[in-house]
Design a protein around this ligand. Structure first.
Ligand code: NAD
Length: 356
């Protein structure tokens, strides 16, 4: 891969490599676009097969963050850090403090947070060296219930669009995955008196928790979840669950859940879902609740304010569905158009010089 060609093609601003001999910290930060504000994106640790894979992952994830933040109405750009190594071996106070010093050296162009294989505790070490870190212990708290809350409002918007009525009590649901987000989503659906909810899981502890706390929610086997005769299919497990095999099975008229990268192929499967008359809530728009929540840490964190912003996912999805209809494109493509429009408009606004 020629990195400069790739950067030019997708509009990247910066790639930063760093290596700290004392702690073994080795990684890459990618900054995709900072038109709207500082690039925010978590730090993940992964045992990449080669350096090239690490850089590609950071590039891809940073660009995703630009769209996610833009579509969420936040004044943030997209960035990501990947650290190369085995998470069970490399972690220490010094390792994360070394990371904090590199983050600090970017002087606020990039803000980090936890991600795969890093925790709020690790970020507390980063915080010893820099203020450019969010998602700290005792601040905005566990993002999962707030991600689930955003998904709940996104489901309501999608029902409104597809059936002209957003009253949860009139509909049936199939939720794939009752982990951090799926569990809370199911709780919101139960509270809103959903007509019937099915769920599936592969983790025995999560199945037992559901059976104990919410016995009215019916368990089905993982392979049965797609073809259930329900109104809403809610993927809250892994990515790539919507593909050539599963899309033809789906009977639901709405697909809306928390899972990231749930379309195996954004273009192809976005269109395939559209052609089947199913309304798909784009993942990076409907699952932005956690990001919106953590964004509020950058000023004084007030939960009610964060929740009000998360509720706006409802109207944002309706705007995106309107673009999809007008331009006759998939909702996933429409969400990208929506995000790019916001970046371009704010960019043009900044062309007008004012002294501050
Ligand atoms: P999680 O690991 O807590 O929950 C996922 C659950 O899905 C697990 O309990 C797992 O056992 C189950 N699962 C995995 N494969 C399955 C299968 N084939 N059938 C049934 N169940 C299966 O993760 P989470 O935090 O709830 O995240 C779920 C998705 O949402 C991920 O794609 C994640 O990237 C995305 N997401 C999460 C957040 C957040 O705030 N946690 C924010 C944005 C996006």
């Amino acid at each position: 891969m020629n990195k400069f060609d790739y950067m030019e093609k997708h509009g990247y601003e910066q790639i930063i490599y760093f290596y700290d001999k004392t702690t073994g910290l080795k990684g890459v930060t990618c900054i995709h676009n900072t038109t709207l504000g500082p690039a925010l994106g978590g730090t993940r640790i992964w045992n990449y097969e080669c350096e090239e894979d690490a850089v590609l992952d950071a590039l891809r994830l940073a660009r995703g963050m630009t769209y996610k933040a833009a579509a969420a109405g936040l004044n943030l750009g997209g960035g990501k850090t990947v650290l190369i190594g085995d998470a069970n071996q490399v972690k220490s106070e010094a390792y994360f403090r070394a990371l904090g010093r590199y983050v600090q050296s970017l002087n606020g162009r990039y803000i980090t947070a936890e991600d795969v294989n890093t925790s709020t505790k690790d970020m507390d070490y980063v915080h010893m060296e820099t203020d450019y870190v969010v998602g700290l212990e005792g601040k905005s708290g566990n993002p999962s219930p707030l991600t689930a809350l955003g998904v709940f409002h996104g489901i309501r918007a999608s029902l409104q669009e597809q059936f002209g009525n957003d009253d949860i009590s009139q509909y049936t649901f199939a939720v794939q995955g009752a982990g951090q987000t799926g569990y809370y989503l199911i709780k919101y659906l139960v509270e809103a008196k959903a007509k019937k909810i099915y769920f599936t899981e592969i983790n025995q502890n999560h199945i037992s928790r559901m059976k104990k706390e919410l016995p009215q929610v019916e368990y089905v086997k993982p392979e049965e979840i797609f073809a259930l005769d329900v109104d809403v299919f809610s993927p809250c497990a892994l990515g790539a669950q919507l593909n050539d095999v599963t899309i033809p099975l789906i009977k639901a008229k709405v697909i809306a859940g928390s899972a990231n990268n749930v379309l195996d192929d954004d273009e192809k499967h976005g269109v395939m879902i559209k052609d089947r008359g199913i309304l798909y809530a784009p993942d990076f728009v409907i699952n932005a609740g956690g990001l919106i929540n953590v964004y509020h840490e950058l000023s004084t964190y007030i939960k009610e304010k964060a929740v009000r912003d998360i509720e706006k996912i409802y109207d944002r999805l309706l705007d995106i569905y309107k673009i999809a209809k007008t331009e006759d494109i998939s909702t996933h493509s429409a969400a990208k158009v929506f995000a790019k429009n916001r970046i371009d408009t704010i960019n043009r606004l900044q062309a007008n010089y004012i002294k501050r």
